[in-house]
Ligand binder design. Structure first.
Ligand code: ZN
Length: 409
C-alpha cells in the first residue's frame, strides 16, 4: 500500500509539472505542448507496466494488456488528462493514474487475464480548447463524427487537425471504436464537492451521473450613445440579459431536488463604457439527476426568453450540449460495494453532479465510477487536492473488480 501510494504521488506530481501556468495551477489544453509532455509520460509508464500502446485519430491513448481470449472485448480503466485553465492536479489525472496503477498490479501479480485490460487517457473532457467537452469519449463512441470533429476550432481559429499535427499526432488514425470491443469502463474521479469529506468517508460509489445541458443565448438590441439616447428609446442587450439571468436561480430552486442553473460566461458587445450594449452572448448550464427537471427548466427559460423578445430585441438560444442523467451499471456498483467491504474501506452511495466521460460510455457499455474526497470540496482551481491514500484505496478496489470483470464471461 505504501509503495503504491508513493508511486501515485510521483505520477501526480510529475503530471502537474506539465502546465502552461506554473505556480498558478494546471493549464493543460488539448494538443498543447503540455498535452504532448503529459502524453509522453503516460505512454512511457504504460510501456513500463507492460502495456501495448496505441493512439487513435483523436489522440486518445490506449495501453492494452492482452487477454487469453482472441478478439475479446476489453475492460477499460481511465479518465481524461486535459485540464481547465488554472485548474488542479487531480481532476482527470487521478483517474488516469489509477488506471496505470491497476495495470502495475496486474503486472506485479503476473496476472494474465481472460479478457484484455486497457488503461485509457482521454483528451478534451473539459472542452477548454475546442468547446463542448467530453470530446475523447464522444469520439470513441461515435457521438462526435469525423466531419464535426474536423470543423472544430479553438479561439485562435486553429482546427483540431492542425493542432494535432503540430504536436506530432496523426488525425488519420482510426477514430470510432466498435462498442463490441468494450466490455466495461471504470473511472475514478475526484468528487469535486464537499460530501465525502464532510462525512469523512474515503470512497463514494457513484449511482448516477446527473444530466446536463448547455445553451448559448444571444441577445441582440441596438447600440447607441450612452449620453444622447433617452432611456425610453433603448434596446439595451445587457439590461435584457441581466434581467433574465437574475431570474435563473429561482427557476432552479422552484424545480428542486438539487436542480442547478448557472450563467458562467457573459460577453458584451461592443463592450465600451459609453456605448449602449448592442449584443450580449451568455451561457446557461442546467443540471439535474432527473430528466424531467431539466426539461421543465428549459421550458421556463424559453418562456422567459420569449417574454423579453420585443420589436427591438432579438433573443435566440442555441443548445450546445445535452446529456441525459445516467445510471451506473448495477452489477459493477454491487461489485464495488462488496470489494470495499472486503477490503474494509468505508464507502457510501453518491450521485455525480458533474458530467464525466463515464456518462458517455454508459450508453455503450457497463460503467462503474468511484469518487474520492476533494479537500474543502474544491476543484477547477489550483487548490484542488485529494489524498494519495484515497487514490490508492480506489486502485485496490478497481484491481479486485477488474480481476473479476476480466475473468467473467
Ligand atoms: Zn474531470
Amino acid at each position: 500500500m505504501e509503495t503504491l501510494q508513493k508511486r501515485i504521488e510521483e505520477h501526480i506530481n510529475k503530471l502537474s509539472q506539465f502546465t502552461a501556468t506554473p505556480g498558478k495551477g494546471t493549464t493543460r489544453l488539448t494538443y498543447s505542448k503540455e498535452d504532448r509532455q503529459a502524453r509522453d509520460y503516460i505512454i512511457e509508464k504504460m510501456k513500463e507496466y507492460g502495456l501495448t500502446v496505441r493512439e487513435d485519430g483523436f489522440g486518445n491513448i490506449f495501453g492494452k494488456l492482452e487477454g487469453m481470449l482472441r478478439d475479446a472485448p476489453s475492460v477499460l480503466i481511465g479518465s481524461h488528462f486535459d485540464s481547465v485553465p488554472n485548474g488542479g492536479s487531480y481532476d482527470g489525472p487521478a483517474g488516469v493514474v489509477a488506471g496505470l496503477e491497476v495495470a502495475a498490479l496486474f503486472a506485479e501479480n503476473q496476472i494474465k487475464p481472460k479478457f484484455p485490460l486497457e488503461v485509457i487517457a482521454l483528451i478534451e473532457e473539459e472542452g477548454a480548447r475546442f468547446g463542448g467537452g467530453l470530446m475523447g469519449s464522444r469520439g470513441i463512441t461515435g457521438l462526435l463524427g469525423e466531419e464535426d470533429f474536423k470543423k472544430l476550432k479553438d479561439k485562435d481559429g486553429i482546427t483540431t487537425e492542425e493542432a494535432m499535427v503540430k504536436i506530432g499526432l496523426d488525425p488519420s488514425l482510426p477514430k470510432k471504436r466498435d462498442p463490441k470491443t468494450i466490455k466495461a469502463f471504470l473511472e475514478l474521479h475526484i468528487e469535486q464537492g464537499p460530501i465525502l469529506e464532510e462525512k469523512n468517508i474515503p470512497i463514494g460509489v457513484v449511482e448516477a451521473i446527473v444530466g446536463l445541458t448547455q445553451f448559448e443565448i444571444t441577445v441582440e438590441g441596438q447600440a447607441g450613445h450612452a449620453g444622447t439616447t433617452p432611456m425610453d428609446r433603448r434596446s439595451d442587450a445587457l439590461v435584457a440579459a441581466a434581467k433574465m439571468i437574475a431570474q435563473f436561480p429561482d427557476l432552479a430552486i422552484e424545480e428542486g431536488e438539487g436542480t442547478v442553473m448557472t450563467t458562467g460566461q457573459l460577453n458584451v458587445f461592443p463592450n465600451g463604457a459609453n456605448v449602449i450594449p448592442k449584443k450580449t452572448v451568455f451561457t446557461v448550464d442546467i443540471r439535474s439527476g432527473k430528466e424531467e427537471h431539466i426539461q421543465n427548466v428549459i421550458r421556463k427559460m424559453n418562456d422567459l426568453i420569449e417574454s423579453y423578445s420585443t420589436d427591438g430585441m432579438k433573443i435566440s438560444a442555441e443548445q450546445q450540449l445535452y446529456m441525459q442523467p445516467k445510471a451506473m451499471n448495477q452489477e459493477i456498483v454491487a461489485l464495488f460495494k462488496q470489494t470495499s467491504s472486503k477490503l474494509e474501506k468505508p464507502f457510501c452511495s453518491i450521485n455525480s453532479g458533474a458530467g464525466h466521460d463515464a456518462m458517455v460510455f454508459s450508453d455503450f457499455t457497463n460503467v462503474g465510477m468511484l469518487f474520492i474526497p476533494s479537500k474543502d470540496g474544491l476543484s477547477h482551481c489550483p487548490e484542488e487536492w485529494s489524498d494519495s491514500k484515497h487514490i490508492a484505496n480506489a486502485v485496490q478496489i478497481f484491481f479486485e473488480t477488474a480481476k473479476k470483470l476480466t475473468e467473467a464471461e
